[in-house]
Ligand binder design. Structure first.
Ligand code: NAD
Length: 368
């Protein structure tokens, strides 16, 4: 089968796994060009992963053979780079978050619709074996009707290890915009869309001191909430509790649990592709591990891009799509708006649950 040619813009930390999986794992993809504001980065990745050429962003966008642009730039560049790709007539898959604001997200989706191209977005971890197994357990009724979910992402921030941690504390950063996409996308895949958000948020430490190199000793003025406790009312009627925090030294909370009318489900880390998955049904004396029902339990970043490539061929919807990512963005913004305004926020956006992946896929394929 002819491959779908893709180009990567943004050749930083996360690009390696996309390049590796693009070139080695997914049969349908071929990454033929890569670009970065820093040309040496693009050249180094092209050399390491056998990409045809490193080039400028303009050259990559002018390449008629490239159908999909994989946008792995830093968050503030997600919108302008994706718009450029759409204007060049290409489908685009952004790293998370989709954009920094609702307005940008809407503009992006509208522009793509007008151009007749697709928008995709990370995370695609919900397509991994762990989360697809959870999806199947829920869809097959193992825990009955989901009535509630808890999700917790708590740590003490990143200034002790990250080489340039300032962006984590700027508007558009914080634990919600950094990690919320994993947790919310996972919850929406399992439970469906969210209709209303409420909660509280605070900045516990208005100033942070960097202890990592090379900026050790420099202080950061914190601009965005670093502890956010949110209540999520799902369209189904289920109630979610989500806490994201950079203010907590340690905890013993699970990452995600779903509680149903017939039992409970322990969901694995949404920032990974594998398990473990546990179920404890009404009457069970203990939790039971569940073998994974689906492929792609290893680091399969880029699976959402491969899924988009198959979808472009057949005309079916792609799973890690812009409508889902926009809903996630809307929820994230609402978790900050609700405490600021002292109100529930009724969401204007919604989305379909992405279709589950089929079982028994041959490695490297997304469609049977
Ligand atoms: N690093 C991780 O572990 C990780 C994990 C998951 C998701 N992400 C997401 O991936 C994205 C990139 O993260 P990263 O850690 O690779 O960042 P990074 O800073 O290491 O790399 C980003 C690259 O994009 C380039 N860039 C920025 N603006 C550009 C533009 N306008 N045109 C061309 N190139 C541009 C930069 O020069 C840089 O090389 C972010 O959205 C982040 O949230 C990162």
């Amino acid at each position: 089968m002819k491959t779908t040619k893709a180009g990567i813009i943004g050749c930083g930390n996360i690009s390696g796994i996309y390049l590796k999986n693009g070139q080695e794992t997914f049969e349908i993809l071929e990454i033929t060009a890569c670009a970065d504001l820093i040309p040496e980065r693009a050249q180094a990745q092209a050399d390491q992963y056998g990409v045809d050429r490193a080039c400028s962003v303009e050259e990559l966008l002018a390449d008629r053979e490239i159908e999909i642009v994989i946008n792995l730039t830093t968050p503030q560049a997600h919108f302008p780079v994706a718009m450029q790709a759409i204007e060049a007539g290409k489908s685009v898959h952004n790293e998370k978050p989709l954009t920094l604001t609702r307005d940008e997200g809407q503009q992006l989706l509208e522009a793509a619709e007008q151009q007749g191209v697709r928008v995709g977005c990370a995370p695609d971890t919900f397509l991994g074996g762990g989360h697809q197994t959870c999806r199947k357990l829920i869809d097959d009724g193992w825990i009955g009707e989901p009535v509630a979910a808890t999700a917790f992402m708590l740590c003490h921030g990143h200034e002790s290890w990250h080489p340039s941690p300032v962006f984590y504390y700027e508007v558009g950063g914080g634990p919600m915009f950094d990690m919320g996409p994993y947790y919310l996308t996972a919850l929406i895949n399992l439970m469906g869309p969210i209709r209303r958000v409420s909660g509280e948020a605070r900045i516990t430490f208005p100033e942070r001191t960097i202890t990592s190199q090379p900026l050790s000793g420099r202080t950061i003025a914190v601009e965005t909430p670093t502890h956010i406790a949110s209540t999520l009312a799902f369209e189904s009627g289920a109630i979610g509790t989500l806490i994201t925090s950079f203010d907590v030294w340690s905890h013993q909370l699970p990452r995600i649990e779903i509680y149903g009318t017939e039992g409970s489900l322990a969901v694995p880390d949404p920032n990974g592709f594998g398990g473990p998955v546990f179920v404890r049904r009404s009457g069970d004396a203990e939790w039971h591990p569940v073998p994974l029902t689906h492929e792609y339990a290893e680091n399969s970043r880029g699976i959402g891009v491969a899924d988009m490539a198959y979808a472009l061929r057949s005309g079916r919807p792609h799973r890690a799509n812009g409508t889902l990512a926009y809903h996630v963005l809307d929820v994230m913004q609402a978790t900050l708006d609700a405490p600021q305004r002292g109100q529930h926020i009724d969401l204007e956006s919604s989305c379909e649950r992405p279709l589950p992946l089929p079982m028994g896929l041959r490695p490297g394929l997304l469609d049977p």
